[in-house]
Ligand binder design. Structure first.
Ligand code: NAP
Length: 258
């Protein structure tokens, strides 16, 4: 029913973490998958892993999504390799910690450049190809942090993740006449390579605050991205869906029982 074998997909930030999980789900489903990130070494490693997962083509495209020209080259490379583009997963993002009291203008600009401008640039660069697809799909990786919750040290990040939702709602209207949907996934705490390095005690503490009793996996995000990318999801647009094991639901820590 949900056929992805002939879909051409581009995942920004697809070399690591959640993006690699999203790319893995698409590759297993038989889609052609391009991944974009700055580090060529990480891209090569991820391409090797993804290649083994399915019959589709896999491509790594060195890209800085905070640069519009680089995004244009990224989109052109995917279109050239696959003959078109059906799905953009605008997932790349950064989350450096900085308190409001000491945050410099440069620290603020860096987060907004990558997370907000990078979302705009990636979508703008891919727009013509997504229009040509006829069933184009944009899936943004936002976060529960900002749109739903807050966390000290991440005011700039939370603002950037909320900004993605403001972008989404109007982009969804502008692109609807072209058959393109624009939706956002709000991950909770997802067990990426970076987080795994924090140690078992830290991870156990985080898991205890989640009703589902465990952190999510990058593939948990990929499964929703894959559904939103299908032709069958064409009537869903402008929506933000939390994938967080119920993390935002408890009124207090007492509400989460083992
Ligand atoms: P990650 O493991 O650090 O991976 C980030 C990816 O984005 C890497 O591939 C990185 O590659 C790429 N990237 C960063 N800056 C880039 C730039 N300027 N241009 C192109 N690529 C860039 O992060 P993650 O945890 O998977 O997070 C991915 C997304 O999920 C982010 O948007 C984040 O806000 C969101 N999120 C994560 C969590 C979580 O629990 N992990 C929760 C909620 C939301 P290079 O460094 O080589 O460029």
């Amino acid at each position: 029913m949900f056929e992805l074998t002939d879909r051409a997909v581009l995942v920004t930030g697809g070399s690591k973490g959640i993006g690699r999980g999203i790319a893995s789900v698409f590759a297993r489903a038989g889609a052609h998958v391009a991944i974009a990130a700055r580090s060529a070494g990480d891209l090569d490693e991820a391409v090797g892993m993804l290649d083994a997962l399915g019959p589709g083509k896999v491509l790594g495209v060195p890209t800085d999504i905070s640069d519009r020209g680089s995004c244009d080259e990224m989109a052109a490379a995917a279109v050239e390799a696959f003959g078109g583009l059906d799905v953009l997963c605008a997932n790349a993002g950064i989350f450096p910690e900085a308190s409001l009291a000491t945050m410099t203008p440069e620290q603020l600009a860096e987060v907004l450049d990558v997370n907000v401008k990078g979302t705009f640039f990636a979508v703008q660069a891919c727009m013509d190809a997504l229009i040509a697809s006829g069933t184009g799909r944009v899936v943004l990786t936002s976060s529960i942090t900002g749109p739903i919750t807050g966390y000290p040290g991440w005011t700039h990040y939370g603002a950037s993740k909320s900004a993605q939702l403001g972008f989404m709602r109007t982009a969804a209207i502008e692109l609807a006449p072209h058959g393109i949907t624009v939706n956002a996934i709000l991950p909770g705490n997802i067990l990426t390579e970076g987080l795994a390095e924090m140690g078992e005690d830290y991870l156990a503490g985080m898991a205890s605050a989640i009703p589902a009793g465990a952190l999510g996996t990058p593939e948990d995000i990929g499964h929703l991205a894959a559904f939103l990318a299908t032709r069958e999801a064409g009537y869903i647009t402008g929506q933000a869906v939390a994938v967080d094991g119920g993390q935002v639901l408890p009124e207090s820590p007492d509400a989460v029982r083992p």
